[in-house]
Design a binder for this molecule. Structure first.
Ligand code: ADP
Length: 517
């Protein structure tokens, strides 16, 4: 547009003027024509007519401004990048510049010089090369765009699938009646369900950082706040794996008993990446067990006084046994024996219902406790034709309450004798390592089925074999035994088979207080 200012003579040339006018018309048409409403790719008329306008300009200005032909590169770019069929766009990219160049050589068509040929052929060929390059670039670009679109679609599908899966997981988690939470190693919740959120609300827990801040999580006595590192989530985040860890959440009438369990999350290379903690509301169960214990303890307490009175009075009468007729004395001795048995039973009932059975562990030689227990069982063993052998290293130090563990040993040994009605042998053996003492009482008696063996520590449980053999008992001794061993931080198990004898093995801490439970 500015060339006439530099070369005013150009305005005298009609061809040049026509070129300018055509350019102007095309420019205005670009702005005003509603191309989007016209048939498919009508706008390609603009670059095609642009060749004509450039041809007029170039040939109108020749030979003054031969370089104007270079303008043909713009319609060539437009056509090549337009997505038009390759063949048409290549043909137009060659022919357009060709017709721009041909008129100036028309005069000497007959005697074309090699420079004319170069002008007419080389320039269109260059434009063709430009077109080819653009087409390759745009094909490449289109392929990349298609790949990107494909990836985008796949990502969207994956996202939709993972959102669906997340919703499914949430629904499943919310449908369970236990609280579930997964935390990462820095303590942030990855997943949690509505029950777990209720638990957090009850404890006034910090929503963002589990295990931190002030929380109303109490120990088994319901009143002592748990130190932060003993809270279930903190223990789980420290990599501990546990089950049946009972805590009390919240305060007042809203306080709930929650049994918790945890498993660490470990990556393939063995790193701790977080933990899953499960919360079960066991308030109803704990309260019914407590009510049961209270009933048993009240009833046994009420039995104790009348029984003591009966035994005391019978004892007084029997003090003058020589003055009594023999048949009366015999009857009274039966009353005395049975009243004493009843008193023992009441004592067992009281002990088994007690939630405050105290143990006072100290460094104790288990070997001497075994010896004491054996000497008191010797008489009844002889009566039942049972032989007792021991294999216990002496001394055998354990961290135990000598009175309570003596009671446990008495119970295990007297059971072994009692449930060997046809005689047999009993063996007491022990092994020790740095942390634990394992002490076993093995008999060759009647034994019991493995199913029954799994239940012998339940209160009032009596094995089928004992009932069939009509051996008297109340099924309380072993429940007290287990309570005592567990209060030491140890454990006790029973292995047995019907007619094959039984082995009771208790594990006690060897030294010092066991880890807190
Ligand atoms: P009790 O002996 O008074 O019934 P325990 O609690 O001591 O109560 O034992 C519970 C039950 O376990 C017994 O009734 C008996 O069936 C079974 N049991 C205990 N010890 C043995 C044993 N050594 N051999 C076979 N059965 C046993």
């Amino acid at each position: 547009m500015i060339t006439p200012f530099a070369w005013p003579a150009l305005l005298q040339r009609p061809l040049y003027g026509a070129g300018l006018v055509l350019h102007g018309v095309l420019f205005v048409a670009c702005l005003l024509v509603p191309w989007e409403r016209l048939p498919h790719r009508a706008y390609l008329l603009v670059p095609v007519l642009d060749f004509a306008a450039i041809g007029l300009l170039r040939n109108g200005a020749a030979p003054l401004l031969p370089g104007l032909a270079v303008l043909a590169v713009f319609p060539v770019i437009w056509i090549s990048a337009s997505g038009m069929l390759s063949r048409s766009s290549l043909a137009l990219s060659f022919l357009g510049p060709f017709f721009v160049m041909v008129p100036s050589s028309m005069d000497h068509l007959a005697a074309m010089t090699s420079s004319d040929l170069t002008t007419v052929v080389l320039f269109p060929v260059m434009m063709l090369a430009v077109s080819l390059a653009i087409r390759f670039a745009s094909v490449n670009l289109r392929l990349q765009q298609r790949e990107l679109a494909e990836k985008d679609r796949e990502l969207r599908e994956l996202l939709a699938a993972s959102t669906d899966r997340e919703k499914l997981l949430e629904t499943v988690l919310d449908a369970t009646d236990v609280g579930i939470a997964a935390v990462d190693s820095s303590g942030h919740f990855l997943v949690s369900n509505s029950r777990q959120r209720n638990f957090r609300r009850a404890t006034g827990a910090d929503e963002a950082v589990p295990g931190q801040g002030h929380q109303l999580i109490y120990g088994q006595d319901r009143h002592t706040l748990l130190p932060p590192d003993r809270r279930p989530i903190s223990r789980a985040m420290a990599g501990e794996s546990f089950a049946d860890y009972l805590v009390w959440a919240g305060e007042g009438p809203e306080q709930r008993a929650v049994s918790t369990a945890a498993r660490p999350l470990v990556s393939d290379d063995g790193r701790l990446t977080g933990a899953v903690v499960v919360y079960t509301d066991v308030t109803g169960w704990v309260e019914s067990v407590a009510a049961n214990h209270e009933l048993v303890s009240n009833v046994s307490h009420e039995f104790k006084n009348p029984l003591n009175s009966i035994i005391g009075n019978v004892d007084l009468v029997l003090d003058d046994v020589d003055m009594l007729p023999p048949h009366l004395a015999q009857r009274l001795q039966v009353v005395q024996r049975n009243a004493e048995r009843l008193l023992d039973l009441v004592a067992d009932l009281t002990a088994s219902a007690s939630t405050t059975l105290n143990v006072h562990p100290k460094r104790t030689d288990l070997a001497s406790l075994v010896e004491t227990s054996l000497s008191s069982a010797q008489a009844s063993a002889q009566r039942s034709h049972v032989e007792i052998a021991t294999d216990v290293p002496s001394p055998l130090w354990a961290y135990a309450d000598p009175l309570r563990i003596g009671q446990v040993l008495d119970n295990l040994v007297s059971n072994a004798i009692k449930y060997s009605p046809d005689g047999g042998s009993i063996r007491i053996s022990a092994t020790a390592d740095r942390q634990w003492i394992r002490l076993s009482v093995t008999d060759t008696g009647m034994g019991m089925s493995p199913d029954d063996a799994a239940k012998v520590f339940n209160r009032f449980f009596r094995a089928e074999s004992a009932q069939q053999a009509a051996i008297p008992g109340a099924g309380l001794g072993l429940s007290i035994t287990r309570m005592i061993v567990e209060r030491h931080g140890g454990s006790i198990v029973c292995e047995s088979g019907e007619g094959q004898g039984s082995t009771f093995t208790m594990t006690l801490p060897a030294e010092g207080p066991p880890p807190a439970f």
